[in-house]
Design a protein around this ligand. Structure first.
Ligand SMILES: Cc1cc2nc3c(=O)[nH]c(=O)nc-3n(C[C@H](O)[C@H](O)[C@H](O)COP(=O)(O)OP(=O)(O)OC[C@H]3O[C@@H](n4cnc5c(N)ncnc54)[C@H](O)[C@@H]3O)c2cc1C
Length: 286
């Protein structure tokens, strides 16, 4: 049976799931939490609700509708989306999933961390993609800035290729399950420094750490991180999509806030439906 995997269980992802499941496609939704809707007290501008509805209530109804129609909803954090021999392989905190087509719907893009030097040294030692750039740091010392599953996944990608990897948790406690060989520095980071390229990381106290590269992997990976790694086009942190939510990568679609534009439920739901129609067509031909 053709399969579609949806990353994100907000209005965009759930709307996509409703269309895909009703088309007889094997549909899986992977979601970490309630996304933006869970933080929304009152919604009174979404079609069909004469009275105000709360974000969590609208979300619960959407989840129940997608599940009733046959979509499989699984709570797990996605840490990577990769090409597989056939279609895609999606890595999560609850194992790996395979799919013919993927719809990215993880909500509003993440902000770039406000650490001095990050913006200035982007592309000159500051990277957002271990799988894309690890090769450039063969035998060199690099750091990964982050403290969650996503940072650990980036570290795992780098460890076999580079000289050394230090996880910079920026004041947070080190996570469990550190891969072998990963160094950890928990001090708060104040700046990434260097003249033409990254040379060191400065901390609130103590000596700086000499590194050739810093990989940014704060918090949870979002759609733009996955899209960038697969070679899709981005406009800043927003995924550029064409008609029907298609990215530049065959079989990869995006919907909702992660594509920019009107950051509203109505647009997310419409995007999800359109991305699903395109993904259904793609998955049936795969
Ligand atoms: C305070 C507030 C008030 C708002 N008020 C309104 C309003 O009145 N009307 C209106 O129309 N809109 C409102 N919005 C906007 C609306 O909530 C969003 O436009 C809409 O939720 C976007 O839907 P989405 O599916 O793109 O993203 P989201 O709803 O943010 O869903 C993102 C999903 O992706 C998941 N996710 C993210 N990363 C990962 C990962 N790595 N692995 C697995 N899952 C992941 C999240 O857990 C979540 O399930 C409001 C937003 C906020 C924050």
């Amino acid at each position: 049976m053709p399969s579609i995997l949806i990353v994100g269980g907000g209005p965009a992802g759930l709307s996509a799931a409703i269309y895909a499941a009703r088309a007889g496609i094997q549909t899986t939704v992977l979601y970490k939490d309630g996304g933006a809707l869970d933080k929304t007290d009152k919604i009174e501008n979404y079609f069909g609700f004469a009275d105000v509805i709360s974000g969590p209530e609208l979300l619960a109804r959407g989840r129940a509708q997608a599940a009733r129609l046959g979509a499989q909803l699984t709570q797990a954090e996605v840490t990577g989306v990769e090409y597989a021999e056939k279609g895609f392989s999606v890595k999560t905190t609850a194992g790996s999933y395979a799919a013919d087509a993927v719809i990215l719907a993880t909500g509003a893009p993440r902000a770039t961390p406000r650490i001095a030097g990050v913006r200035e040294l982007e592309g000159r030692g500051v990277s957002y993609c271990a799988i894309c750039d690890a090769f450039f740091y063969r035998g060199k010392a690099v750091a990964v800035l982050g403290e969650g599953e996503y940072a650990l996944e980036e570290a795992r990608t780098l460890l076999p290729v580079v000289g050394s990897v230090t996880l910079l948790t920026d004041g947070a406690p080190a996570p469990d399950g550190l891969p072998e060989g990963l160094r950890v520095d928990e001090r708060p980071v104040t700046a990434i420094e260097g003249e033409d390229k990254v040379a060191r990381v400065a901390f609130q106290s103590g000596d700086p750490l000499a590194v050739d590269g810093v990989f940014i992997a704060y918090g949870t990976a979002g759609s733009s991180d996955f899209a960038r790694k697969l070679g899709a086009q981005l406009d800043g942190n927003k995924i550029q999509v064409g008609e029907g939510g298609a990215t530049a990568v065959p079989g990869l679609f995006a919907a909702g806030d992660c594509t920019g534009g009107l950051l509203q439920v109505a647009k997310a739901v419409s995007d999800g439906a359109q991305a699903a129609m395109s993904a259904i067509k793609f998955a049936r031909q795969a």
